[in-house]
Design a protein around this ligand. Structure first.
Ligand code: FAD
Length: 420
């Protein structure tokens, strides 16, 4: 093909779009404003910790088909580590009680029946009746928040639905859109343990999802320009005609297309009048350097504490606080001390607080509220050669890696259809 497609933004949405297009022999140029690719899903060497860390712990599930297909295409699968079972360790810090949610390895909703009758594999307070009732209400919860659909007074809510909602939507149950939580549950947990096994990037997000994509693109002859922020878009005659950089402009050819794969915040600055989800929720991560590397990565969900997850990987213990807007202005040292106390309790580490790195992502995801979800734009725009991708576009999924990769694939497919 002779058409040239510009992809603006080398987060996972942009990379996903770019690799699909390059794979279809389309000439692609990626313009990334930062010095590195990966966006909100990136790895980097930290001078204080002296190791490579991810900006935040990212959990994926084996039912994330979009991510797995993308990883297979770019050659990143070998850096994804699949847990053998859909088993998640949890600890309630208010009671000291630990349990494992173990959905097993079966395929299909019926494969969950043994789990439903096995107390040793369930969260405390699990009841089949309540679980089925909650799931049905969630399914019918279009336009409602999660708390409005579920019985929030149950132990099942506290030990299962609430942690699930905050982890998946980065939004509290009082605000989070029931339909977005339902979509994730439907595609993972309710399809059986085979689709809900935790998937971790064993050598970091970069090694699994970013660097292989850059190599793939280079092998296909694509151009990747980092440190090249688009400052503005110029339109005329119903089309985008110029990409404006700090010191120059690139005038588009008549058949050229542009996929804008920047975050919801940046997109609104580039396109006047674009309807986008405006509110954002933060995620806080603290990474602590351990004296010794752990032999096997481990992740523990936390109930009744300040954090949601503690992950041990290599020589780092990483703590995640989701829906963390209230934490953004707090003192770093106080944050690190408070969360270190939780790490000590949850994974049994000893000793004083080690060297740490705090990463505050103020606009980690759009706030997944029903009214915000209803505003999400689709791939196509009012301009015939401009397309949108990003976790905030209307994928039907929350702001996740799965949603970002899906949005890129959808944008690439739309461009390919239009080019043909
Ligand atoms: C701390 C944290 C933890 C998370 N945990 C999970 C998790 O456990 N599981 C999960 O599935 N998801 C998780 N997510 C969400 C996931 O990371 C995002 O949904 C996904 O990375 C979004 O990808 P994207 O490509 O849509 O956007 P981005 O990653 O934001 O990519 C947009 C890119 O565009 C670039 N850009 C912006 N403006 C311009 C411009 N003007 N010109 C050129 N380039 C520009 C940016 O630099 C960036 O690289 C987490 C996110 C964070 C922040």
């Amino acid at each position: 093909m002779t058409a040239h497609v510009h992809v603006v933004g080398a987060g996972l949405a942009g990379l996903s779009a770019a690799v699909r297009l390059a794979d279809a022999d389309v000439q692609v140029t990626v313009h990334e404003g930062a010095k590195f690719a990966g966006g909100r899903c990136r790895s980097f060497y930290d001078d204080d910790l002296e190791v490579v860390i991810d900006n935040g712990t990212h959990l994926m599930l084996s039912g994330n088909r979009e991510v797995l297909d993308y990883a297979a295409l770019i050659g990143g699968t070998e850096n994804l580590q699949f847990s053998p079972r859909a088993a998640f360790d949890f600890m309630d810090l208010s009671t000291g009680r630990s349990w494992q949610l173990d959905l097993g390895i079966g395929q299909g909703a019926l494969s969950l029946v043994p789990w439903m009758f096995d107390k040793s594999r369930q969260p405390p307070g699990f009841s089949i009746y309540q679980f089925v009732k909650d799931a049905q209400r969630l399914k019918r919860g279009h336009g409602q928040n999660v708390s409005a659909c579920l019985d929030t007074s149950t132990e099942l809510f506290r030990n299962f639905w609430e942690p699930m909602c905050v982890a998946v939507l980065n939004t509290s149950p009082d605000q989070g859109a029931a339909e977005l939580l339902w979509r994730v549950i439907e595609k993972t947990v309710l399809k059986g343990g085979a689709f809900a096994r935790p998937v971790l990037a064993s050598n970091g997000l970069g090694a699994a999802l970013v660097e292989p994509a850059l190599s793939f693109l280079q092998d296909c002859g694509a151009i990747i320009n980092t440190n090249q922020r688009i400052q503005g878009l110029e339109f005329s005659g119903g089309k985008l005609n110029t990409l404006r950089f700090a010191d120059a402009g690139e005038v588009l050819g008549s058949g050229d297309r542009v996929i804008l794969a920047v975050s919801h915040i940046h997109a609104s600055k580039l396109i006047d009048g674009l309807k986008i989800p405006m509110d954002s929720n933060a995620i806080l991560n603290v990474h602590y350097k351990l004296d010794e590397a752990v032999a096997v990565p481990r992740m523990v969900g936390v109930v009744g504490g300040a954090c949601e997850w503690v992950q041990l990987r290599g020589q780092v213990a990483s703590v995640t606080v989701s829906n963390a807007n209230a934490w953004m202005e707090r003192d770093a040292d106080l944050i690190a001390r408070q969360l270190w106390d939780e790490v000590v309790q949850v994974v049994g580490l000893q000793g004083d607080i080690p060297v740490y790195k705090i990463i505050k992502e103020k606009r980690a995801t759009f706030a997944a509220m029903p009214e915000v979800n209803a505003q999400r734009p689709s791939t196509g725009t009012a301009y015939e050669n401009l397309y949108l991708a990003g976790d905030w576009t209307n994928t039907g999924l929350p702001a996740t890696i799965e949603g970002a990769v899906m949005s890129g694939r959808l944008a690439a497919e739309t461009v390919l259809e239009d080019l043909n």
